[in-house]
Ligand binder design. Structure first.
Ligand code: GUN
Ligand code: FE
Length: 428
C-alpha cells in the first residue's frame, strides 16, 4: 500500500549549472507518494492527499525532503584511518593507507568495517556510494553483502594494484586482477541494487599489463563503470611521467590501455593539461570532485567553473579516508569554499545538485537515483533546517528555500539529518 510523505520538497527539473536555480522545484507544503520502494508521484500535499485518500501518511512537518545523497567516490576500507595526520598523497598511502587496507584479507574485519561504514553513511543522509574496496575479493563481498542487507544501491569494485610500487602484501597480478574482477562482476553486477565497477587504483600502482587486462575486461563488459584516480597531486603526476615515459600525459596512461570512456569515472582531476581536458570532454567522461580530500591531503583546487562551463559531467564525493568527513553536507561546504578560493561561488542549488543528481549522472544512474521524480527509487533524506541554535537563528531570516538551506549546508552535521529512507524503508 502506498505511503504519502508530507513536508517541504526539493527536486530537480534540470541542471543548475546551465539553467540556474530555476532548475530546482520547491514545494513548501509538498508530498511524495511512495509504493514498492519507488517514487510514484511528487506534488503538493493538497493535490496528492485528495488523489490518494487511502495512503498511509508520514508527516515530516517543516523538514525538507531532498534526494538521498550520492557519494561518487570513496574508499570504505579507509573508514578506520580517516583523519590521519601530516602526510601528502604518496606518503599518506604508504604510511597509513596500505597497512590499513592489508587488514581486509580477513573477511570478518571487512564485514565489520563495511557494516559500520554503511551505517555511518545512512546517519549522514547518504543513500548511495561508489566505493573502492581493496585487492582482496573478500572486501568486495563484504561491502555488497552489507549493502544488500540494507537495500542500498552501491557501486563498488576490487581495487587492482600489481606493480612493485605497492607493498608486496598488497599486490595482485594482471591475470588475477582480471580473473577476480570478472568473477565478482559476474556474481554481483545487477544482483539486487549492486553495480560492479572495474577499479584500477591508479596508474602508478599498476603495470601496463594490468591496465591492459582491465581495459580488455571493460571492453567485454561495456555496461559497467570503470573508476580510477587522475591528476590529484603534482608529485603524483611527475611519478606517473617517470613510470610511463612514453605517455603524452597522465590520462594517456589510461587511454592507451582502453581505460578511457563515457562510463569512466576519474577522481580528483585537478591539474589537467589541455589535451586531457579536451579528451575527457570528447568522450563525455565523468570527473569526481573530492573537496575535503583535496584540501586535507593538500592536492589543489578543482576547477568546477571551467569544467562545468565546458560541459563536462561532474560528481561530488567525500573520498574517505583521504577526505576528512563522511558527510555530504560537509563536502558541499568544502566545495563552496574551494569555489570561493577560485572566485566562482557555487549557488546552494548547484551544491545540492552535485551531491544528488550530479553524482547520479556521473554514475550513469540518473534513471534510478539522485532525484525526487516518478519512477525513481525512493531514496531520500529528511533535513531539519534548524538543527542547531546557530543554524536556527540564521534560518529565521531566510527569504527563500536557498537562504534557508545554505546555513545547513555550511554548518550542518548529522544532527541535521532527521531521517534517511532507502527504497522507501526508513533506515534512520
Ligand atoms: N590515489 C591512489 N589511491 C588513492 C587513495 O586511496 N586516496 C586518494 N585520495 N588518492 C589516491
Ligand atoms: Fe580516492
Amino acid at each position: 500500500s502506498p505511503t504519502l510523505h508530507l513536508g517541504q520538497t526539493l527536486s530537480f527539473t534540470g541542471s543548475p549549472f546551465t539553467e540556474g536555480a530555476e532548475a530546482a522545484r520547491h514545494e513548501n507544503a509538498g508530498a511524495l507518494l511512495v509504493e514498492g520502494g519507488v517514487i510514484r508521484e511528487i506534488g503538493t500535499a493538497e493535490a496528492l492527499r485528495a488523489a490518494h485518500p487511502a495512503a498511509k501518511l508520514v508527516d515530516h512537518g517543516a523538514a525538507l525532503i531532498v534526494p538521498g545523497f550520492v557519494d561518487a567516490h570513496a574508499h570504505y576500507p579507509q573508514t578506520g584511518m580517516i583523519a590521519s595526520w601530516g602526510k601528502r598523497l604518496i606518503d599518506w598511502l604508504n604510511h597509513y593507507t596500505f597497512p590499513t587496507e592489508a587488514r581486509f584479507a580477513e573477511r570478518s574485519y571487512a564485514d565489520e568495517i563495511a557494516g559500520r561504514y554503511l551505517d555511518l553513511l545512512l546517519a549522514h543522509g547518504t543513500t548511495s556510494v561508489c566505493s573502492y574496496c581493496t585487492i582482496h575479493p573478500e572486501s568486495v563481498e563484504a561491502l555488497f553483502s552489507a549493502a544488500e542487507a540494507r537495500g542500498m544501491r552501491v557501486f563498488a569494485g576490487k581495487t587492482c594494484m600489481d606493480r612493485d610500487t605497492a607493498p608486496e602484501f598488497l599486490r595482485d597480478s594482471a591475470q588475477s586482477a582480471y580473473d577476480d574482477s570478472k568473477a565478482l562482476l559476474e556474481r554481483w553486477h545487477g544482483r539486487g541494487r549492486a553495480e560492479y565497477v572495474i577499479t584500477p587504483r591508479f596508474s602508478p600502482t599498476s603495470t601496463p599489463g594490468q591496465l591492459q587486462a582491465l581495459g580488455a575486461l571493460w571492453a567485454e563488459h561495456p555496461e559497467v563503470l570503470m573508476q580510477t584516480h587522475l591528476s590529484e597531486q603534482t608529485d603524483e603526476i611527475a611519478w606517473v611521467k617517470s613510470l610511463y615515459p612514453q605517455a603524452r600525459d597522465y590520462l594517456d596512461t589510461y587511454e592507451a590501455y582502453g581505460l578511457l570512456g563515457e562510463r569512466g569515472l576519474y577522481g580528483h582531476a585537478i591539474h589537467l593539461e589541455p589535451r586531457e581536458h579536451a579528451r575527457l570532454k570528447e568522450v563525455n567522461a565523468a570527473l569526481v570532485h573530492c573537496p575535503t580530500s583535496n584540501t586535507f591531503i593538500g592536492s589543489g583546487l578543482f576547477d568546477m567553473d571551467g569544467l562545468t562551463k565546458a560541459g563536462l559531467r561532474v560528481g561530488l564525493a567525500t573520498d574517505t579516508g583521504g577526505g576528512s568527513s563522511f558527510s555530504m553536507l560537509r563536502t558541499m561546504a568544502a566545495a563552496y569554499e574551494v569555489a570561493q578560493l577560485r572566485h566562482h561561488p557555487l549557488h546552494p542549488s548547484a551544491l545540492l545538485w552535485l551531491a544528488t543528481q550530479g553524482s547520479a549522472i556521473s554514475l550513469m544512474a540518473e534513471d534510478r537515483i539522485g532525484n525526487l521524480a516518478p519512477g525513481l527509487e525512493a531514496d531520500f533524506t529528511v533535513l531539519d533546517l534548524a538543527s542547531t541554535p546557530a543554524i536556527a537563528q540564521r534560518v529565521a531570516q531566510a527569504e527563500d528555500i536557498w537562504e534557508a538551506l545554505f546555513p545547513t549546508i555550511m554548518m550542518g552535521d548529522d544532527r541535521a539529518v532527521r531521517a534517511t529512507y532507502v527504497a522507501g524503508r526508513q533506515m534512520l
